[in-house]
Design a protein around this ligand. Structure first.
Ligand SMILES: [Mg+2]
Length: 189
């Protein structure tokens, strides 16, 4: 390892989408309680690895199930408490979780692809540089969010459709967060 290589991403910020990146997508419904949150195999370990590499790790998640009245804010907090507990117990770190809880077409500031949650993070945490930020997600919305903010974008997908339709939005593509974490970790060597 060359001198200082381990610091390569120490000034970088990682924004992670939740459903489909950390946990299995809940189908057409929502993760309304901790018992409905199921880690994608390898994703928890990936968060642990990535949190040792990046300066900040945030989750940015659209959760319009609250706006629709299908779950409460407290329900969402419970889910995230459990998620953060899993990460902490595994030796990792998520610095903050941001959730856009309004419904589509009404939450025009916070709901991805709008930039609100990233701007909130920049208010909350000093020293975030968007040029040194990454957005990892599994939808076009996530890629657009990162692209608009000038981040590096990482699509987690087995399907070709997203990046085929919007090639300019996607900088990297992996089948899982675990694959992305291994890629970043190798870049440190
Ligand atoms: Mg998602």
């Amino acid at each position: 390892m060359t001198l200082g290589a381990g610091k390569k991403y120490k000034e970088h910020t990682l924004f992670l989408d939740r459903d489909g990146v950390l946990n299995k997508r809940p189908g057409s419904g929502y993760v309304c309680r901790p018992g409905d949150f199921h880690w994608i195999p390898g994703s928890l370990e990936a968060v642990v690895l990535l949190s040792g590499i990046f300066r900040y790790v945030f989750v940015v998640t659209n959760q319009q199930g609250i706006g629709k009245g299908l779950m409460t804010y407290d329900d969402l907090q419970e889910v995230h408490r459990r998620m953060l507990q899993d990460v902490n117990e595994a030796g990792g770190r998520i610095d903050q979780v941001y959730a856009a809880t309004g419904i589509r077409h009404t939450d025009s500031f916070n709901r991805k692809p709008a930039e609100g949650m990233a701007l909130e993070a920049m208010d909350d945490f000093p020293g975030i540089s968007l040029e040194k930020a990454w957005m990892v997600g599994d939808t076009t919305r996530d890629m657009l969010f990162g692209y608009r903010l000038g981040m590096s974008t990482v699509l987690i997908s087995h399907q070709q459709i997203d990046s085929a339709n919007y090639p300019h939005l996607v900088d990297y593509r992996f089948s899982s967060l675990g694959s992305f974490a291994k890629f970043i970790n190798r870049k440190l060597l």
